[in-house]
Each structure stands twice: as C-alpha cells, then as structure tokens.
Design a protein around this ligand. Structure first.
Ligand code: CP
Length: 315
C-alpha cells in the first residue's frame, strides 16, 4: 500500500495499516543506523525547519539529527530571538518560513490543533512535534516501536499509563496507537487528572494504583504538566507523590519483567523514584534513541518517500 499522507498530524487519523507502515519504515532506518551508516541521501537538497514555540530537548534534537541523517539541511527556529516576540502570528511566521524555501516544517506549539491549521494554510508538509494537550504523534510511534522491540506483538498486552493524563498529548497519542494495535490500555491517577470520559477513546480508567499495576506489561509514567494546569487539581505535589508516585514499594506490585517507560522530561522523585528510572527495567533512554529512526521515517514519508523503497537499501 503506498503512503499518501503529506502531513503527519495525529495518530487518531491513522489506520492500523498506516501505523504499521511507519513502524516498518522506522525498523528499516533503525537497521541502517545499526550498521553505522553515517547518512542516507533520501532528503538531499531539502530544508527542514524546526519551528518550536514551546521548550523541547528530545523532540527538537532528534528531528534535527534525523533530518541530517537523511542528508537534509536543518534550520532550528529560535523563538526567543524571533519576531513572534513582536507580535507576529503563527500563520505569518510559517508563511515567511515557506517563502524562504523551506521544504518541510516541524511544529511544536502550545495550541492544540495548530499543526492542522498550518497544514491548511501552507503548501509544504507539516509534522506535529507536539500540540498543546492534543497529540504528540512521533512520541507515540517511538513508544510503540520500543514496546514492540521488547515485547513483540502488543495484541492483548496490558499497558498502564500513570500520571497527568488530562493534559498529556503523549497519553492521547499512545491511547490511539496502542488500541489500534490491539493492546489494552489502562490510565490511572487522581480522578481530577484521569476523568472517566477517556473511556470514549478505548482506555480503561482507574484511580486505584495497586489494581491498575497488577499484570501490567508496561508502566508508562507521565510528569505533572504544571504549565497547562490551573491550580487545585490535587492538594500538593507531596500528596501526589504519596498517592501515585512510583516508588520501590509500588514497583513490587508490577511483574518483574514489566517495562518502565517515560517520554521525558522526568521529574525525579515525583512521578518516579530516581533509582527506578535508572534500573534495568527502565527503557527510557532506548525510547529516546528510537526517536531518531521514527523521525527519519516520518520525515522521509512526508517528503514523498515510499516504505517499500526504504525496506530495500537506499544507500
Ligand atoms: N518527550 C518529549 O517530547 O520531550 P521534549 O519536550 O524534551 O521534546
């Protein structure tokens, strides 16, 4: 089946077959990287602009590395030194970037739906690098890729996502991806951050940590997104830790071979004990590494590449 999407905006809009295509293309790039190939020529002559209007370490750097590994030129937008500080709109900023001959834009923005909006006013591909509380589609793809590497087929696997679900774009994208792949997703945390209406997305909602962790194959921790919350959703960080922080005692409730995951950035000692984040059960840094191959796959596909061409060597 040919890849036909110009933009990469949400996991919600992808079919299971499309998710499998991205995973297969990621696997092909991962095998190329494992052979220590320095670069492939797939995006030679193209310019990718990283338009990040919210802070980022992992997503911005791995998109930059991915584009360079594909032989593209990369320009990273410096929001603090840009004319957005003088009131220039997102639309004007992006249209000017396009006028400067960018071939593709990766957008991170605090407004949910902003990548969809840009995809409608620009003529070049737009890739969502995280939009508000809405979606973080490449994060979900690297999470799923990492789970499949470790566990194989995810059908029937129990994936627990623990923390601030309400404000998490990572949770939403993962729920869409994992349910499409046949996994059972349980979301758990305080009732103010894990409302029952998430059941409409296909997740099981729980406010009981011990019950939720039982039989989990994966426990994914999320930080509290203070930057998106009004006050009053839980009494204090200390009380959150005492009720829902993953510590050594609670880790004993999980199967010994369950994976511990986190999209980063970690608030050590809040959602997860430092020792657990660094333990053998943690695949947190492997998630980060897999982000490069996922982002190579997404840039390649949105630039018009076809999965079958990368499944055969393209060097
Ligand atoms: N996981 C993630 O999106 O991290 P950054 O905010 O550092 O990009």
């Amino acid at each position: 089946m040919p890849w036909h999407r110009k933009h990469f905006l949400t996991i919600e809009e992808l079919s299971r077959a499309e998710i499998e295509q991205v995973l297969a293309t990621t696997g092909a790039f991962r095998r190329i990287l494992d052979r220590k190939v320095k670069k492939v020529p797939a995006l030679r002559g193209k310019t990718v602009v990283n338009l990040f209007l919210e802070p980022s370490t992992r997503t911005r750097l791995s998109f930059e590395m991915a584009a360079k590994l594909l032989s593209a030129d990369v320009v990273s937008f410096d929001a603090d030194k840009s004319s957005t500080t003088k009131g220039e709109t997102l639309r004007d900023t992006a249209q000017n970037i396009q006028a400067l001959h960018a071939d593709m834009i990766v957008l991170r923005h605090s407004a949910s739906g902003s990548p969809l909006y840009l995809s409608r006013v620009l003529g070049i591909p737009v890739v969502n690098g995280g939009d508000g509380s809405h979606e973080h589609p490449t994060q979900a793809m690297l999470d799923v890729f990492t789970m499949r590497e470790k566990l194989g087929d995810l059908k029937g696997r129990k994936i627990v996502i623990l923390g601030d679900i309400l404000f998490s774009r990572v949770a939403r994208s993962n729920i869409h991806a994992l349910t499409k792949l046949g996994a059972n997703v349980t979301i758990v945390g305080p009732s103010t951050l894990v409302p029952h209406w998430f059941e409409a997305l296909g997740a099981t909602v729980s406010h009981n940590l011990r019950t939720a962790l039982a039989d989990a194959d994966v426990v994914m921790l999320l930080r509290i997104q203070h930057e998106r919350q009004a006050a009053g959703l839980f009494p204090s960080v200390g009380e959150y830790i005492s009720m829902f922080g993953l510590n050594q005692t609670r880790a004993a409730w999980i199967k010994p071979d369950a994976l511990i995951m986190h999209p980063g950035p970690i608030n050590r000692g809040v959602e997860i004990d430092s020792a657990l984040a660094d333990s053998d059960r943690s695949v947190i840094l492997q998630q980060v590494t897999n982000g490069i191959a996922v982002r190579m796959a997404v840039l390649y596909l949105c630039a018009g590449g076809q999965p079958e061409h990368v499944l055969a060597p393209i060097e």
